[in-house]
Structures are given as structure tokens and as C-alpha cells.
Design a protein around this ligand. Structure first.
Ligand SMILES: Nc1ncnc2c1ncn2[C@@H]1O[C@H](COP(=O)(O)OP(=O)(O)OP(=O)(O)O)[C@@H](O)[C@H]1O
Length: 636
């Protein structure tokens, strides 16, 4: 799914800096960002990008906010002209004229001042709403991708780093971005309006005034680059810190953390990682402060020069006193507008990483969907075969599966056995269409499943994983999620729960089927591990799939429940094909056929009797376990 490194290198040399290729590597990412940062084109691209993102979040809110911003800018410019009119009138009064001419400009000034206050109040709330809508749209896009990418992406640290950055930034960046965008629009419009007002007094004032923005432009650009590099460099440490925080506050971890007395050790680790971060942050903020101070001082110096020039122009008689007074107001307002404009640009620059990350992340969706596309998958099969499967996890030198071939006939119960790490779960994941093999093929009735849509194929498989999910949702949802489209079929949900032997427990819960299976929620109740396992089985039973994979389905069941499950597996699953993984040979022997995996390869297969007669690895493991159940004298 990611571009090979050599291809990325070649592409980067052939493209302009602004459309440099996508990299997953934080160091490359920082370097390419540095290249991109230097161009004004980058700001233009980011500005366009921000508008698209905000526009797509909500057209109406975007239009209203922008219109309010433009209106605010027009009012500010009008304010300056009215101030001049007021001053002109006051000077007339000073010269002995009546107060009559002052009334209208003063009323106008009071009106526009009130309008500014009203527009600001409406705009603050509107901006907050817009930011929230951008935030929501960002989360929707992010969740769309996280749900669409294949399982392999979750094995990749690069994917995780990016997901983490998008997720972390998604909490704050939409606000910064919206503020930046609106700030830029308002700041720019304000600058234009005030410039027109200033030019109407004396055109020579404008260039000097605009020079005041130059230092701010350079320092804010440098500041945003520093911010970006800092964010990229801190991502891995941030992930570790968040993880360490979660381990210390997680409900699942709480018992082991206490039993092993890990609070101190984990806390120390957390503090060390946090201290390193705060040290880096202090250093980073010192650099930013130095830059900001330098930029503002230089800008203040230019402003002072403008005021001196104004005094000189009054002395020369080129500017009247009223114009000078209004120009001072305009200069003060313009300084604010320039700062808003540059602050907005800086906020957009700082959101550049987030926009880039979001873009690349969202771009994974069509790729993921193309990868998952294909012909409609069949809803059943007569034979399922795997031939010469080879599979390696990303970053792993040794394959988890190598040249694995198995066969399942419809209605059969087939067992996979083997020592820890021999590849059983990996094979199950390949058969469940969660991974694609690096080599070899999986065929349903002779047709390679790579031709089928993978989500479609997954709909024909029901899996109970070894580490199944305990959803902190209602009992009904916990079972119903086995086939979310049929969540309303309460009868079928109840029947699945009965088959898994958990319906009785659910009926005794305080809220019955509506009880949350979690103490995180009011009235919720947790279950025992074995009861949870039955819930996971019920979920698989509820899914109307012809192929069922059970990875250690009875690991937490009591002996009676385990016995009952395997004795009645054929009835429970009504002729569906079952592949189950188990370390308990008492259950394995009930299977029609057994495959033995060792070091990622199938070393033996056949029925229990065949394998015992063969007297190989299976027979050795079987006898080892059986001996543990026999009295010492009997096993002697
Ligand atoms: N997500 C992963 N990333 C990298 N390597 C993995 C991953 N999952 C499993 N492996 C490796 O692949 C090999 C096969 O693992 P697998 O989980 O398939 O074994 P298993 O037979 O199911 O083991 P167990 O009986 O302990 O459940 C092991 O060497 C394991 O370390």
C-alpha cells in the first residue's frame, strides 16, 4: 500500500518541492516539509486545501462565517472614514461653528462600533460551530479509512505513527485551521479596506506601513517550520507516553499492574518520557519566543517610522489634522489586521502537517477499496483448498507460513494443532481473508479467492478469535454485531445465545438484553471470561456463514461446557464447515481431519487414528497431554 522507498526517491528528484512525494518516514517527512515550507506556493496550496476541507464540512456555515468576516472588515474600514468625519466636524466646532455637523458622524460612529461588537459576538460562535463541523468531518474521514484499510496496515509502525498524528491533531487542528483560515480571510479583507482608507488620505503612508509586516512574515514562517519539525520528531515518544498512560489507567491492566507492583516502575518510565518531552518543549518554545519577540520588535520599529512620517506630512501640509488623526486610528487597526493575517497564515502553516497527513491518510481509502474490490463472493463452497501458502508479517525475516496446503470439504470439522508460534492463527487469518498470501492460493471450489471482493468473502466467514473483542456495549449488540445488518432480528440473536449456552445468563442481567456488558456504564455488568467466550461464540453462531473458524474457542470454558460444545458442534453449526484451533487433544480428536503445523509448515495430517498410527509429532503431543491426566502409577 505504501510506495517503495526507491520509487519514492526517484520521484522526489523529478518533482518540484511543493508536490514532493509522500513519505512514511518521519525524518523524510520533516525534510520534505522543510523543502515545501520555503515557498509562498505552499501557503497558497495549504490555503486552498483548508478552504476545501472547511467547505466540505458544511457549505452554509462556511459561507456565513466568511460573509461575517468580510462584513467585519468593511465595517472597520468604514470606521476610519467616520473617525475622519468626526474629527473634521470637531475641528469645525473648535473653530467656533455649531455642534450640528458633529451629530451625524458621532451617531454613525456609535452605530458601526455597536455593529463591530455584534458581528464579533456572532462570528465567535459561528467560528466555533464551523470548527466543530470541520472536526466532525475530519473524524468521519479518518474513521472511513481506518475501517477500510487491510489488517496488514495495522502491523505497520508507519501507519500507526500517521494514524496517531492524524488522531492527535484531529482534536485541535480543525480549530486552529478554521481560525487560521478565517483569520486570513478577515485579515486580508481588513488590510485591503484600511489600505484604501489610508491611500485616500496619503498614498505614501501605505508602503511604509506594509513594510511593518515583513519581519512578521519571515519570523512567523520560521516559527511554523520549527513547530512542524517538533511535532514530527515527537510523534514516536508521544505514542509511547500515551501507551504508558493507558497501561496505568486501563481497567484490563489494573489487576496485573497491582499484582506485580508495577505502579512505580511504569510511573518512572512515564515520567522519564514526559520529562524528555518537556525539556524538548522548553527548548522549542524558547526558540519560538525569541523569533516572535524579534519579529514584533522589528514590526514596532516600522510602525514608529510610519508615525514619524505622518507627523512630517502634517508639517508639510500634505495631510490635514483630521486625516492624520484618522490615519493613526487606521494604522493601529491595520497593525491588528496585519497581525491577524500573518497569525492566520502561521496557523495554516502549522496545520500543514495535519493537512498533509490527513490527505495521505484519506488517500489510503480508495487504494484500500481498490485492493478489496472484486467479483461478488460466493455464499458457500463444496471444497476449500489452500495450496503452497507462504506468508511473512511486515518486517519479519522468517515466514510465519511456508508452503502450507490444506483442504476442507463442506460440512467437515477440521482441527489445526501445533506448538505455540507454529502458524495456526496466521493460517486462520489468511483463510478468513484478513491477509493475502505472499505466495500460493486459497480456492473456493477451484476459484482463486483473490478474484472475489474481500469484504464479500469475509461475510461468508464467521470467526471467533483467540483474543475476541469484548464490546463495552449491550448484550444484544455483543451478539448482534455478528451480523450488524440483522441486528433487529431479536429472535435469531436469542437463538444464537441459546446455542452458545449464554441466554440464561443474559436473562438474569438487571436490564436483560439491554444491559451494557461493562461497568463503564451505569447499570452495566461485566461477565466472567468463560461467559464472554460464550458471547463470542454466540456472535459467530448468529452470523449466517458457511465457514466457521474457531481459534481456541474453549480455552476459557469449564470442562462440562467444553465437552458439551464439541459433542454438539455439528448440531450447533448445522452442517457448516468448521476449522478450529485447539491445544486440547481431547477436543481435537473429535475432528474429521487434523492438520499439524510445525514452524509454519504442515508436517502431518489425517484423522486422529491415522495420526496416532503414524506415531509422529501429533502422537507425541497427544500422549504427553494424556499422560498428565493419568494417575502416576497408570502412566508408568
Ligand atoms: N502481528 C504479527 N506480527 C509479526 N509477527 C507475528 C504476528 N503475529 C504472529 N507473528 C509471528 O508469526 C508466527 C506464527 O504466529 P501464530 O500466531 O500464527 O502462531 P500460533 O500457532 O497461532 O501460536 P499460538 O499457539 O501461540 O496461538 C510466530 O512466530 C509469531 O511470532
Amino acid at each position: 500500500m505504501t510506495t517503495p522507498r526507491h520509487a519514492r526517491g526517484a520521484a522526489s528528484r523529478s518533482r518540484a518541492a511543493d508536490d514532493a512525494p509522500i513519505s512514511d518516514d518521519p525524518v523524510e517527512l520533516a525534510a520534505s516539509a522543510r523543502r515545501q515550507r520555503r515557498s509562498v506556493g505552499r501557503l497558497r496550496a495549504l490555503f486552498g486545501h483548508s478552504i476545501r476541507l472547511t467547505w466540505s464540512a458544511d457549505h452554509r456555515a462556511f459561507i456565513v462565517t466568511t460573509a461575517l468576516q468580510l462584513l467585519g472588515a468593511a465595517i472597520i474600514a468604514a470606521q476610519v472614514l467616520i473617525v475622519k468625519a468626526v474629527l473634521d466636524a470637531i475641528l469645525v466646532v473648535g473653530d467656533g461653528g455649531g455642534v450640528g455637523p458633529v451629530v451625524l458622524p458621532v451617531v454613525l460612529l456609535a452605530t458601526v462600533t455597536a455593529l463591530v461588537a455584534v458581528a464579533t459576538a456572532v462570528q465567535v460562535n459561528q467560528q466555533r460551530l464551523l470548527a466543530e463541523l470541520v472536526l466532525r468531518s475530519t473524524w468521519q474521514q479518518m474513521l472511513d479509512v481506518a475501517g477500510a484499510v487491510g489488517l496488514r496496515a495495522f502491523e505497520s509502525p508507519e501507519f500507526y505513527d500517521r494514524l496517531q498524528r492524524v488522531q492527535t491533531n484531529a482534536l485541535s487542528r480543525p480549530y486552529t485551521l478554521t481560525q487560521g483560515l478565517i483569520g486570513m480571510v478577515g485579515g486580508f479583507a481588513g488590510c485591503v479596506g484600511l489600505s484604501v482608507a489610508i491611500i485616500s488620505f496619503e498614498p505614501a503612508l501605505l508602503p511604509i506601513l506594509l513594510l511593518a509586516g515583513v519581519p512578521l512574515f519571515f519570523t512567523s514562517r520560521r516559527e511554523s517550520r520549527l513547530e512542524f519539525d517538533f511535532a514530527v520528531a515527537q510523534t514516536p515518544a508521544l505514542r509511547l507516553r500515551q501507551y504508558l498512560g493507558l497501561v496505568q489507567t486501563g481497567r484490563d491492566e489494573a489487576k496485573e499492574v497491582r499484582a506485580y507492583g508495577l505502579t512505580g516502575a511504569l510511573r518512572q518510565r512515564f515520567d522519564a518520557v514526559y520529562s524528555a518531552y518537556t525539556t524538548d518543549l522548553r527548548h522549542h518554545l524558547r526558540r519560538r519566543t525569541r523569533l516572535a519577540v524579534a519579529g514584533n520588535l522589528a514590526s514596532a520599529a516600522f510602525l514608529a517610522a510610519t508615525l514619524i512620517a505622518l507627523v512630517w506630512l502634517v508639517g508639510q501640509g500634505r495631510v490635514t489634522l483630521a486625516e492624520a488623526g484618522a490615519a493613526i486610528v487606521a494604522i493601529r487597526l491595520l497593525a491588528t489586521q496585519v497581525t491577524t493575517l500573518f497569525k492566520g497564515a502561521q496557523q495554516i502553516f502549522e496545520s500543514g502537517l495535519f493537512l498533509d497527513d490527513l490527505d495521505r491518510f484519506v488517500a489510503l481509502r480508495p487504494e484500500a477499496e481498490t485492493a478489496e474490490a472484486g467479483a461478488p463472493a460466493p455464499s458457500s463452497f463444496t471444497t476449500l483448498t489452500a495450496d503452497g501458502l507462504r506468508f511473512s508479517y511486515p518486517g519479519s525475516a522468517t515466514p510465519a507460513l511456508d508452503d502450507v496446503s490444506i483442504r476442507l470439504n463442506a460440512g467437515e470439522i477440521v482441527a489445526l494443532v501445533g506448538e505455540n508460534g507454529s502458524g495456526k492463527t496466521t493460517l486462520a487469518k489468511l483463510l478468513a481473508a484478513l491477509y493475502e498470501p505472499d505466495r500460493g492460493s486459497i480456492r473456493w471450489d477451484g476459484v482463486d479467492v483473490s478474484a472475489y471482493s474481500r469484504p464479500g468473502l469475509r461475510r461468508s466467514v464467521a470467526v471467533v478469535f483467540q483474543d475476541f473483542v469484548r464490546y463495552h456495549l449491550s448484550a444484544r449488540e455483543n451478539v448482534g454485531l455478528g451480523d450488524a445488518d440483522r441486528m433487529g432480528d431479536t429472535e435469531a440473536i436469542d437463538a444464537a445465545a441459546r446455542r452458545a449456552g449464554i441466554a440464561g445468563v443474559i436473562e438474569t442481567l438487571p436490564g436483560g438484553w439491554d444491559t451494557y456488558l461493562s461497568t463503564m456504564f451505569k447499570g452495566g455488568q461485566d461477565l466472567s471470561l468463560g461467559q464472554w467466550q460464550r458471547i463470542a461464540l454466540a456472535r459467530a453462531f448468529f452470523r449466517d456463514a458457511p465457514f466457521v473458524i474457531l481459534d481456541e474457542p474453549s480455552a476459557s470454558l469449564d470442562p462440562r461446557a467444553e465437552h458439551a460444545l464439541f459433542q454438539s458442534l455439528r448440531d450447533l453449526l448445522g452442517g457448516r464447515t468448521v476449522l478450529f484451533i485447539s491445544h486440547r487433544f481431547s477436543t481435537v480428536r473429535t475432528a474429521d481431519r487434523i492438520y499439524v503445523l510445525d514452524g509454519g509448515r504442515v508436517t502431518e495430517h489425517g484423522s486422529h487414528d491415522d495420526l496416532m498410527a503414524h506415531d509422529g509429532h501429533y502422537a507425541e503431543l497427544f500422549r504427553l497431554q494424556a499422560a498428565a491426566y493419568l494417575a502416576p502409577e497408570a502412566s508408568r
